[in-house]
Design a protein around this ligand. Structure first.
Ligand SMILES: [Zn+2]
Length: 159
């Protein structure tokens, strides 16, 4: 799945799309889910190669997901080390119980904090809904909504 805005491409591996898709369908979709995105920065573009999924200490509710399990950070560190420092934290994803998700105020505040900590590289923020996917690019403190330009082979224009 590929998103575009202003000369920036964000490319999701099929594996990442498959992992997120599992959480927007019942029974998993009864509770929000989420995790971090891991990938490579290639010039202005970002390639998302891996993602984490909900872990034991995370808080999942009908309309909220709070990432609390330290396991996400451990996965990021392991990926960084085994990839010779090419695969890094590249953003986060979560689900919403709505067809066409839009970021909440809490989402925007959380993302702004992450952008403030990582000023150099663009970050990717995904909300997966039951119908469409919101993908935002965070760069230099600004959030830009991206447009989908290609779906996963066999996909339907959805995730
Ligand atoms: Zn949200």
């Amino acid at each position: 799945m590929i998103f575009l805005t202003g000369g920036h491409l964000v490319i999701f591996s099929d594996e990442v799309v498959a992992k997120m898709t599992r959480f927007v369908a019942p029974p998993e979709s009864n509770l929000e889910a989420g995790g971090i995105l891991l990938g490579c920065h290639r010039g202005p573009h970002v390639e998302i190669l891996e993602c984490t999924v909900p872990m034991r200490q995370d808080r999942r509710s009908r309309s909220g997901f709070v990432r609390r399990d330290p396991g996400h950070q451990r996965v990021a560190l392991a990926a960084w080390q085994t990839s010779s420092r090419t695969v890094n934290f590249a953003g986060e994803w979560h689900t919403h119980p709505e067809e066409n998700p839009i970021p909440s105020r809490v989402d925007r505040n959380t993302w702004a904090q992450q952008m403030a900590r990582r000023r150099s590289d663009p970050l990717v923020f995904v909300i997966a809904g039951s119908g469409t996917v919101y993908c935002g690019l965070g760069l230099e403190g600004h959030l830009t909504r991206m447009n989908v330009v290609a779906t996963t082979p066999g996909g339907t224009g959805r995730l």
